[in-house]
Design a protein around this ligand. Structure first.
Ligand code: NAI
Length: 328
C-alpha cells in the first residue's frame, strides 16, 4: 500500500473548505488510488467548526482518508505537507483600502510561507486560493526561499472553467469540445480570458464564433465579473465551483494536461510574453510529471497585448505595495 499524501488545507472551516475537503478525501484531488491524510489549519475561533467538519468527514467513511488533524499553528499544520491549499484569507471589508487588504493578508501569508519553508516536505506543491490570490502567493513564495519558486501557484482555474462554460454556451457545444483556453494575468477584474488560441472541435474558436463584439462586450466582462454575479444571485460567494477548480488545478498539476491541450495557472513568470520575471501571473501551461511549463510561441495581437499588459501592471503595483510594506 502507498504511503498517504499529506494535504494541508487552510481556512478549512470556511465555505470553500466545506466543499473541498470531501472531494479531497474521496480521491478526486490526486487520484482514486492515492490515500490522503488531511491537516487542517484554522484560526483558534474556528477550530471548533473545523472539528465539526472533521466529524462529518469521518462519517463519510472514505476508504482513502487515513487521518485528519486540526491545528491553529501553521508550523504544525505544514509539517510534512506534500500539497498545501491556502484557502483561508482576510476578505476585504467595508472601507478597506487595497493597502490595508494587502497588509492584512501579509499577516497571514508571510508566516505561512515561513512555516512551509521550515516544515513542508521536499516535494511540496502550493496552491493559493485566498484572495488577492496572486499576490498572497508571491508573499508566501518570497518567504520560503528554500523551496523552489515554481512550487508556488495561484488559482485562475475557476476563471478558466467559467470561460469554457461561456464559450460552450455561445457556440452550442460541450465544454469537452473546447481546448486551449487561456486566462492571462491577475485573478481579478483585470484578468484576460483569451479565445484567440482556443479551439472548438479542432478549429480556431474565435473564427468559429466570428463575433468580436460578443468577445469584447459580453464574454470578457461576463467571465471577469462572474464572481460578483454569483454573490448577487446566491447571496453568498462561489464556493463549490471554487473548490472544484482547486481540485482541477492540483489534479492537472500532478497528473498532467491531456495531449493537445493546456490549462491556466498563475505561476512565477520567467519573463515569457513580457510579464516581468517573478510576478505570479496566469499563463497557458502544460503539465507533465508533476511539473508545469509555460506554453511558448503564441502570437499575441494588439487587442490581447493591451489586456495582458493592463492586468500585469496591476500585479506589478500589488508587488510594489507589498514590497513597501516589507512583506517581501
Ligand atoms: P470563508 O470566509 O467562508 O472562509 C475562510 C476561512 O479562512 C474562515 O473559516 C477563516 O476562519 C479562515 N482563516 C482566516 N484566516 C486564517 C488563517 N490565518 N489561517 C487559517 N485559516 C484562516 O471564505 P471562502 O468562501 O471559503 O473563501 C476563501 C477565500 O477564497 C477568500 O479569500 C475568497 O476571496 C477566495 N476565493 C478565491 C477564488 C479564486 O478563484 N482564486 C474563488 C473564490 C473564492
Amino acid at each position: 500500500t502507498r504511503t498517504p499524501v499529506n494535504v494541508t488545507v487552510t481556512g478549512a472551516a470556511g465555505q470553500i473548505g466545506y466543499a473541498l475537503l470531501f472531494r479531497i478525501a474521496s480521491g478526486q484531488l490526486l487520484g482514486a488510488d492515492v490515500p490522503v491524510r488531511l491537516k487542517l489549519l484554522e484560526i483558534p475561533q474556528a477550530v471548533k467548526a473545523a472539528e465539526g467538519t472533521a466529524m462529518e468527514l469521518e462519517d463519510a467513511a472514505f476508504p482513502l482518508l487515513t487521518g485528519i488533524d486540526i491545528y491553529d499553528d501553521p508550523n504544525a499544520a505544514f509539517d510534512g505537507a506534500n500539497v498545501a491549499l491556502l484557502v483561508g484569507a482576510r476578505p476585504r471589508t467595508k472601507g478597506m483600502e487595497r493597502g490595508d487588504l494587502l497588509e492584512a493578508n501579509g499577516g497571514i501569508f508571510k508566516p505561512q510561507g515561513q512555516a512551509i519553508n521550515a516544515h513542508a516536505a521536499d516535494d511540496v506543491k502550493v496552491l493559493v486560493v485566498g484572495n488577492p490570490a496572486n499576490t498572497n502567493a508571491l508573499i508566501a513564495q518570497r518567504n520560503a526561499p528554500d523551496v523552489p519558486a515554481e512550487r508556488f501557484t495561484a488559482m485562475t482555474r475557476l476563471d478558466h472553467n467559467r470561460a469554457l462554460a461561456q464559450l460552450a454556451k455561445k457556440a452550442g457545444v460541450s465544454v469537452a469540445d473546447i481546448k486551449k483556453m487561456t486566462i492571462w494575468g491577475n485573478h481579478s477584474a483585470t484578468q484576460y480570458p483569451d479565445i484567440f488560441h482556443a479551439e472548438i472541435a479542432g478549429k480556431n474558436a474565435f473564427e468559429t464564433v466570428n463575433d468580436r463584439a460578443w468577445v469584447e462586450n459580453d464574454f470578457i466582462p461576463t467571465v471577469a465579473k462572474r464572481g460578483a454575479a454569483i454573490i448577487e444571485a446566491r447571496g453568498a460567494s462561489s464556493a463549490a465551483s471554487a473548490a472544484s477548480a482547486a481540485i482541477d488545478h492540483v489534479y492537472t498539476w500532478v497528473n498532467g494536461t491531456p495531449e493537445g491541450d493546456w490549462t491556466s495557472m498563475a505561476v512565477p513568470s520567467d519573463g515569457s510574453y513580457g510579464v516581468p520575471e517573478g510576478l505570479i501571473s496566469s499563463f497557458p501551461v502544460t503539465c507533465k510529471d508533476g511539473r508545469w511549463e509555460i506554453v511558448q510561441g503564441l502570437e499575441i495581437d494588439d487587442f490581447s497585448r493591451a489586456r495582458i499588459d493592463a492586468s500585469v501592471k496591476e500585479l506589478a503595483d500589488e508587488r510594489d505595495a507589498v514590497r513597501k510594506l516589507g512583506l517581501i
